[in-house]
Ligand binder design. Structure first.
Ligand SMILES: C[S@@+](CC[C@H](N)C(=O)[O-])C[C@H]1O[C@@H](n2cnc3c(N)ncnc32)[C@H](O)[C@@H]1O
Length: 273
């Protein structure tokens, strides 16, 4: 991965804090009736199918890294009866996640912790599934992250993530600009991601390019953002509205031209139980 040294974990937290502090979410516009508070590109059904493929069921202990506003964690706990620990670096996202769990009466199944994943201490071998939904592109030192995920999994436990990937190489300057406007630590390619998973000692069970979701999401989000311009301008100010518009236009273009895509991976900790 080409690391973007202009982005550190704290910068990412502030980025999401400022996006979410007004209570508005552009992702909610893209998801419409399918909004369950998820900021990833997936519908609730797609999240549920993926979770089940990863082995999540009642009682499964899940670690959700980059849990955002808590939508997917609460959805999975409600639908499947799993237990989820969600970690996120955004103070605002964390507070909204706690409020969501409380409002949905899920406090006995979900727990949210505030912090950067590289700084948290978690017990080794404690999780059946480590989950990531379009969050890890923000996290620096991805090889180290994957090794830590492997250590947090019990033997036979599974890593399951969706993430943004670079399908066709962007010029270095464009990649730098793209990663900086999204506060991405850097983009993997499908091949470099799969290699990093293997290098972390995990056995790949499946990897699938799901780039159609990228084009779908960024097309809808851009339409919604323009439709709701007045609301976003009132909440964020015209300057920040314009910044957001440029970010979404660039991203949609990269997605529909097949440069930016998404990868879904499931891998297993091969250690003996
Ligand atoms: C696009 S959102 C996805 C949130 C969530 N997975 C979902 O689908 O709703 C990315 C999230 O990753 C979190 N994040 C980014 N870097 C992080 C880090 N180093 N440690 C923990 N969370 C991080 C952000 O704060 C943000 O909430």
């Amino acid at each position: 991965m080409n690391e973007n040294d202009r982005v550190d974990e704290a910068t990412v937290g502030q980025f999401y804090d400022s996006l979410w502090s007004s209570g508005l979410s552009t992702a909610a516009l893209a998801h419409g009736a399918d909004d369950v508070g998820q900021e990833c590109l997936l519908t609730p059904r797609e999240i549920g199918v993926f979770a089940q493929r990863a082995g999540i069921a009642a009682g499964t202990q899940v670690l959700d890294i980059g849990s955002g506003r808590g939508g997917p964690a609460c959805y999975l706990a409600r639908q499947l009866g799993c237990r989820v620990v969600g970690i996120d670096i955004s103070t605002v996202g964390h507070a909204q996640a706690i409020a969501r769990a409380r409002d949905e009466g899920l406090g006995h199944l979900v727990e949210f912790r505030l912090g950067g994943i590289h700084a948290v201490e978690l017990p080794h071998g404690a999780f059946d599934v480590v989950l990531g939904l379009d969050a890890w592109c923000h996290i620096p030192r991805r090889g180290e992250l994957l090794k830590r995920c492997a250590a947090w999994l019990r033997p036979g436990g599974r890593l399951a993530f969706y993430d943004h990937v670079e399908l066709r190489p962007m010029p270095a300057e464009q990649r730098q600009r793209f990663c900086t406007i999204w506060r991405f630590a850097g983009l993997e390619t499908p091949r470099s991601y799969v290699a990093a998973v293997g290098a972390a000692g995990l056995r790949l069970l499946s990897s699938e390019e799901t780039s159609a979701y990228t084009a779908r999401f960024y097309t809808r989000i851009l339409e919604g953002y323009q439709e709701h311009r007045a609301e976003f301008e009132a909440a964020r100010g015209p300057e920040r509205y314009r910044e957001g518009l440029e970010r979404l236009k660039m991203t949609r273009k990269l997605a529909v031209t097949g440069v930016l895509g998404q990868l879904a991976c499931i891998a297993e900790n091969p250690g003996r139980a």
